[in-house]
Structures are given as C-alpha cells and as structure tokens.
Design a protein around this ligand. Structure first.
Ligand code: MN
Length: 234
C-alpha cells in the first residue's frame, strides 16, 4: 500500500552559509553546558576538568532561528537570558575520533545565542529534574550564517563578545574554553555518531543576563562575524 502523509511533513531546518546561496541542513543541535570557568563561577559552581567530562544537552532543530533578525519574548518565563556562543557546524560523519582528527569534521563556524529560561532552569536544578523546558523552547537557538572553515582556519582563540543595547555585557576569548573544540568533538563522538548537519553550541563566557522586549542583542566572534537580534513583545 502506498502511504501518503496526512499533512505536509515539516521542512528541515537550515542555516545560511556566508558568501553562498547554499543552505546547511540542520540535523541535531548539541550544546555544551559550562565551558568557561568564569561562567561556571557566576552560576555558583566550578568545573574540575580532571575529574569531570563535558556535559551536554540538545535543542530540537525546529527551535533554530537562522534566518531572522527578531524573536518574540518567550512564554513561561520572566527571566530569559542570552548566552553568546561559538557554534561549530559539522560537515562530515565521525565516530570515536581522536582529538587530533576531530577538526577534520568541521565544515565551519557561526555565532550563536543559547537563549535560556533561567528561572525554569533554576527551578529544575532545585527540584533535581531535567532542564529541557529551560533550554529547548521555540526560537531558543539563534544562529548567524555559517562561515566555512576554509575562510577562518581552525579557531582556537579569538574575541567573543555580546552587546545588549550597545553596552558590552560579555567579553572573553575562545582560548578560555575549558574543553577545546577538538576535545568536545572527540568526546561527543564517543557518545553519538556525528553526522553532517550537526551543530555544536560550545558554551558561553561570563556576563549572561536577562533580556526584555525591545532589547537589541549584538554578538560577535573574531574571524566568524556577527549576529544581531531584536527581542519583540510576544
Ligand atoms: Mn549555553
């Protein structure tokens, strides 16, 4: 029997690729929690790299905001935070990779915002429950166009900044990541078969904070570019 869809299947989310008309189809969105010591500290904790592994969560790709310059203030929160992050776009499959081979999987890099309902995250932590509703909600994964690695080289250092209404709120350097991009890719590849289309949000530096309707967020990463996002009233 030939089966047909009841309604049209959803289109695959996609990211823009800088300098081309091509789209990068998005498979999964992995995020690293606490990858800068100063951010871990502002969250009331410290990371002991010798004793801990990176911790991950995922965002549903349908929650990607790749081609828009505004998002609605999300529902269910009164403490929605920005987290400016370097995003790595995976262009080749890989499994159980050594750290020295990990960079071969990278297609390119982008600027990302891991929008977070901090009040729901705090509540989840207090109750010992999962964070999903705090991290994975509509329009919560903001992404700039992807810049191919052929244009940037391998990024292991460079300024990462976020301005809120023109005022610098986050300012750090990619070299301050606790786990480097190759270390993250290698570690993730022991847990998942990485695929072309996977995105990795690599964690935010210190200076996270709340947004309000009307705010303008401008993020930039040296050699990658920038993103600009207006928060509108829902
Ligand atoms: Mn984050």
């Amino acid at each position: 029997m030939d089966r047909t869809y009841l309604f049209p299947p959803f289109r695959r989310p996609a990211a823009l690729v800088s300098g081309t008309a091509q789209l990068f189809p998005v498979n999964r969105i992995f995020c690293v929690a606490k990858n800068y010591q100063a951010h871990a500290k502002e969250m009331g904790t410290t990371v002991d790299k010798g004793a801990q592994s990176p911790s991950y969560f995922q965002k549903n790709p349908v929650n990607l905001v790749a081609c828009r310059s505004e998002i609605d203030y999300p529902p269910g929160t009164s403490d929605c935070h920005y987290e400016m992050e370097l995003v790595v776009a995976i262009g080749r499959p890989g499994f159980e990779l050594a750290e020295e081979d990990a960079s071969e999987l990278i297609f390119g890099y982008a600027c990302g915002l891991d929008m977070t309902r901090r009040d729901l995250q705090r509540q989840a932590k207090d109750q010992g429950g999962p964070w999903d509703a705090a991290k994975d909600f509509e329009q919560s994964a903001v992404l700039s166009p992807i810049v191919p690695m052929s244009d940037t080289g391998v990024l292991d250092a460079g300024r990462i900044e976020l301005r809120l209404n023109g005022e610098t709120r986050q300012s750090s350097d990619l070299s301050k990541m606790i786990w480097s991009v190759p270390e993250i890719i290698s570690d993730l590849s022991r847990l998942y078969h990485l695929e072309p289309g996977d995105l990795i949000y690599t964690g935010t530096p210190e200076g996270v904070g709340a947004v309000a309707a009307g705010d303008l967020l401008e993020g930039s990463i040296e050699r990658v570019g920038s993103l600009s996002l207006r928060i509108t009233a829902s």
